[in-house]
Design a protein around this ligand. Structure first.
Ligand code: KIV
Length: 272
């Protein structure tokens, strides 16, 4: 455990994330979608918990993140926020909830903040969102940006490959980092871009840059189901598995099935 973890159990805030970058303390972020998992992650000392719209993939089995609704995200986010004491909690605004108008975006973001208890919202996209971000920040809603591979745009991209390899897209991403910084974001997620580009982005902004498949940054984020090995079928290069819960769970359930079939469970001591 790091010295920071040992000594500092204060609630992590947007301000603290910036201080961590300034102090050279790397930020750990993981996704969670439910009360029990969020409590475990918080207890283990993760600095930030993201209720990602990846819930659409890993919890609901959709191919993309597009179908998840605002009500569904609010249900997940409220469950997570109820469990968390220390981590900075961020909720993705789902596709379609921040694109239509300023009023609708504000109404949706305010619903998330009022009904869930999270600390910030996250939006996918670059410079075109500057006014939207300013509007949210002005009413007191911390905003995390998300650039690079933004899964809500999968139908425009055509695949989940690495983004910003080409010079023009890389230059645009760096401009977007500057615009999001100026618009008032409190952190930026960079997904699946070359590590050398992330290095430039980290130097360009005082905001904490949290990477996923983007090389070394001020912090890292992974989908908890992936890093815990719940799903054997998903093995991108950037994913490090810290456990094999797929095997742990299938073995435990297989054992239970055997015990029920054989009559070994319940035993006398497990009966009233
Ligand atoms: O939805 C999500 O889980 C995310 C992370 C992959 C950054 O946006």
């Amino acid at each position: 455990m790091s010295e920071y973890l040992n000594n500092d159990q204060r609630k992590v805030t947007a301000k603290r994330l910036s201080e961590m970058k300034a102090e050279g303390i790397r930020i750990s972020m993981l996704t969670a979608y439910d009360f029990t998992t969020a409590g475990l992650l918080d207890e283990a000392g993760v600095d930030s918990i993201l209720i990602g719209d990846s819930a659409a993939n890993v919890k609901a089995g959709f191919e993309t993140t597009l179908p998840i609704t605002l009500d569904q995200m609010i249900y997940h986010a409220a469950s997570v926020a109820r469990a968390v004491k220390r981590a900075f909690v961020v909720c993705d605004m789902p596709f379609g909830t921040y694109q239509v108008s300023r009023e609708e975006t504000l109404r949706n973001a305010i619903r998330i903040m009022k009904e869930t208890g999270v600390d910030a919202v996250k939006l996918e996209g670059g410079s075109h969102l500057a006014d939207t971000i300013r509007t949210l920040v002005q009413v007191g809603i911390p905003v995390v940006g998300h650039l690079g591979l933004t899964p809500q745009s999968i139908h425009a991209f055509g695949n989940y490959g690495v983004r910003a390899r080409a010079e023009a897209e890389a230059a645009q991403l760096l401009r977007d980092v500057e615009v999001l910084t100026e618009a008032g974001c409190c952190a930026i997620v960079l997904e699946k871009i070359p590590a050398a580009l992330t290095e430039k982005a980290v130097k360009l902004t005082p905001l904490p840059i949290i990477g996923i498949g983007a090389g070394a940054a001020d912090g890292q984020v992974l989908v908890s189901d992936d890093m815990l090995g719940m799903n054997k079928g998903f093995s991108p290069k950037f994913l490090r598995r810290y456990a094999d819960l797929h095997d742990v769970i299938t073995k435990a359930v297989g054992h239970y099935v055997e015990d029920v079939r054989s009559g070994d469970f319940p035993s006398e001591s497990e009966c009233y």
